[in-house]
Design a protein around this ligand. Structure first.
Ligand code: GDD
Ligand code: MN
Length: 373
């Protein structure tokens, strides 16, 4: 009965990603209920197993109110992935995403709905901090604001996006349109809107997109999850789109870590030689070993941050990573030799060896170390 009612009734699904937001949950709920008092809507909280009582709070609300549900994800982390799953679970024709921390202005949901009512072929409405009515003055400190503006500039240029705030986490989309591009979206990342717009640019029919200005407010409780990792993931998103989706964000992160490994290897070999480790091949092997170890550590932290290995599994994973990379080195060397025998161009041969080695390590460590599907 409950589901039937929902199917018939709700016009809008509001998806709220949450990670340790216990204090904000009742507040945002009250606000949205007030804003949408004349609209049939449902709310889906998507929580990545918060430890601060958010889950229990949402469960409580879920039993009290028929239009609230919890999508509880375990062993996974990530804002984009949470938004994608929430949007997929939405039962209404329109889906909005809004942060739980009250930084977005929920009253604008009404303006967004109006836009859809007035323009039947509209696909997406973006809540913008940077159009003529939007503001971001208190929400971020100066460094974060400059960073945000630079990232927006870069995204617009590189991905040919023409909206004023592609980094917004506040928007409303037509579910039917979203389903056309859902397979192209990447769950690894923080900037789901930039991904949606970039994917829609590759769609056959160009999307109708409009904006609603809002004032980005200060977060009053809980903490922001923005970090260096989030910035690297975002670079991954841009590069992934520049490769027209050929390279996934995950593979790009894996390559970034690999590049850092080259530095670690050079530095460790240098230090080993300084400490007079003889013969050279011994110092070189120390370098390779250190690079593999640091690559494992950083891949666990960054590339596979949605499924990090810890405790005993950390060491089991490390061991399997050593094995896979050793085999990868052999594959690398034999490919390079094969190319060199044919072409005698060392740069090309070396590059082919490196590419094959990287792909090998990525595929096998995905399967055996971090067990992705
Ligand atoms: N389920 C889940 N999993 N939720 C998450 C995760 C996660 O890994 N990380 C963050 N969230 C939730 C937070 O609980 C919050 O409700 C919302 O996503 C935004 O996270 P913040 O940590 O507050 O992000 P921010 O304030 O730095 O940036 C936000 O606002 C910007 C401006 O609109 C994000 O929405 C950005 O995408 C957005 O650009
Ligand atoms: Mn926030």
């Amino acid at each position: 009965m409950k589901t039937l009612e929902r199917l018939n009734e709700s016009k809008l699904t509001v998806v709220i990603p949450t990670f340790n937001e216990v204090e904000n949950i009742p507040l945002i709920l009250r606000k949205i209920e007030d804003t949408l008092k004349n609209v049939n809507f449902e709310i889906i909280f998507v929580d990545d197993n918060s430890s601060d009582g958010s889950i229990e709070k949402i469960r409580e609300l879920e039993t009290e109110k028929r239009n609230i549900s919890l999508l509880h994800r375990i062993g996974r982390r990530g804002l984009s992935g949470a938004c994608i799953e929430g949007m997929l679970a939405a039962k209404s024709e329109l889906v909005a995403i809004i942060d739980c921390d009250l930084q977005h202005d929920d009253t604008k949901l009404i303006d967004m709905l109006e836009k859809f009512d007035n323009q039947k072929d509209l696909d997406l409405v973006i809540g913008s901090r940077y159009n003529d009515t939007g503001k971001s003055k208190d929400g971020f400190n100066t460094i974060r604001k400059l960073g945000s503006e630079f990232a927006i500039f870069l995204t617009k240029k590189l991905l040919r996006i023409h909206t004023t705030d592609p980094m917004s986490g506040f928007f409303m989309v037509k579910k039917k349109s979203l389903l056309l591009i859902i397979n192209k979206l990447q769950p690894n990342g923080f900037k789901i809107l930039a991904d949606i717009i970039a994917c829609s640019n590759r769609n056959l029919k160009k999307w109708e997109i409009t904006e609603v200005g809002y004032e980005f407010k200060k977060r009053t409780s809980g903490q922001s999850k923005m970090s260096l990792i989030v910035i690297l993931e975002f670079l991954g998103l841009i590069l992934s789109h520049l490769s027209r989706g050929l390279l996934s964000i995950r593979f790009i992160l894996f390559l970034m870590v690999g590049l850092s490994g080259v530095l670690v290897q050079l530095l460790s070999t240098f230090l080993s030689l300084k400490l007079s480790l003889e013969p050279y091949i011994f110092a070189h092997s120390v370098g390779v070993f250190m690079a593999m170890t640091s690559n494992y550590y950083f891949n666990n932290l960054l590339t596979y941050k949605d499924r990090p290995l810890s405790g005993f599994s950390f060491f089991r994973g490390l061991f399997s990573f050593y094995l896979i990379c050793s085999a990868g080195a052999l594959a690398n060397i034999s490919t390079a030799k094969l190319f060199y025998d044919y072409t005698e161009i060392w740069v090309l041969s070396s590059l082919m060896g490196a590419i094959l080695g990287a792909v090998w390590n990525f595929i096998f460590s995905s399967i055996f170390t971090w067990k992705v599907r």
